[in-house]
Write a protein that binds this ligand. Structure first.
Ligand code: NAP
Length: 263
């Protein structure tokens, strides 16, 4: 029986256990996915290595701390955060599947990623999404409440610029993709983007998945934009982790059904 899991604090309401266990059930894999709330990341990774844990997801507040004991791949090193750890014979390797999750969520909705993207937010999710979209070939405009963070991130991401939130109407006028990577809208009916800046040529991905239909997505649909909810990003970060750990194609439909049944 393989053991996979999640370290973070808090992790009590995580949707990862049902999503991954649905995949094991669907493919007949003998495995369990469990959550851990350790005091610190480094001893947790060391203990998991010793115990032979097969793979770990990592969430707040440990996504940066684990870099002290895992070897990040190139993308995770550039983002500066790891959310997936694979335990190899050469030691633990770290990936950032939030970046790939956002890119795959858009691609699976047939969004072409060769134009201009506006990313709102420059925290953990904003960093992952900005690097992911830039690597996929998009020009990236980063807007953040704390404008210095947007400038710092834009300095690290190829073909990117940093802005304050006041620039959003101008930035969005000729953008193809908008991603909300702030926590605005989580458990509240607020949007970080003025509704009148949205238009029908946009695809809007909201990283927030609670509620599943955010104020931003409602405004975007009313403006005629294509909408992609945050559960798709959550799904594909999990799909990517599953495929790295097992080397098998993930049963995406079963994972999606398990996730959406709990949202
Ligand atoms: P974080 O590192 O704490 O960053 C928070 C971001 O939100 C920062 O850019 C912050 O701006 C901004 N922000 C917070 N309050 C704001 C306000 N009142 N007005 C304007 N901007 C505000 O958090 P995170 O890890 O990036 O997570 C952000 C969101 O993404 C969360 O809702 C999380 O659940 C979601 N997420 C979803 C997925 C998924 O798979 N769907 C994956 C990862 C994260 P400042 O820099 O100015 O503070």
């Amino acid at each position: 029986m393989d053991v996979y899991g999640l370290i973070g604090n808090p992790v009590g309401h995580s949707l990862s256990p049902p999503m991954h266990e649905a995949a094991y059930d669907e493919l007949g894999i003998e495995a369990r996915y469990v959550t851990f709330e350790p005091e610190a990341a480094v001893p947790a990774i060391e203990a998991a290595t010793t115990l032979g844990v097969a793979g770990l997801n990592v969430t707040i507040p440990f996504k940066q701390d684990v870099l002290d004991v895992v070897e990040p791949d190139d993308l995770a090193a550039r983002i500066g955060a790891v959310n997936t750890v694979e335990f190899t014979a050469d030691g633990p390797v770290g990936y950032n599947t939030d970046a790939v999750g956002a890119v795959r969520a858009l691609r699976e909705h047939d969004v072409s990623l060769d134009g201009e993207a506006v990313v709102v937010g420059a925290g953990g999710a904003g960093r992952a999404v900005a690097f992911g979209l830039a690597d996929a070939g998009m020009g990236v405009r980063i807007a953040n409440r704390t404008v210095e963070r947007a400038h710092d991130l834009a300095g690290a991401v190829p073909d990117a610029s940093g802005h304050g939130l006041d620039d959003l109407p101008t930035l969005l006028a000729d953008a193809d993709v908008l991603v909300n990577a702030t926590s605005v809208g989580m458990d509240e009916d607020r949007s970080p983007v003025p509704a009148d800046a949205l238009h029908g040529d946009l695809t809007v991905l909201d990283a927030v998945y609670s509620p599943i239909e955010t104020r931003l997505l409602r405004d975007a649909a009313a403006a005629g934009a294509t909408t992609v909810d945050g559960a798709w990003m959550l799904l594909y970060q999990g799909v990517e982790a599953f495929e790295r750990w097992t080397g098998r194609d993930a049963p995406v439909e079963a994972m999606n059904a398990a996730l959406r049944a709990r949202l």
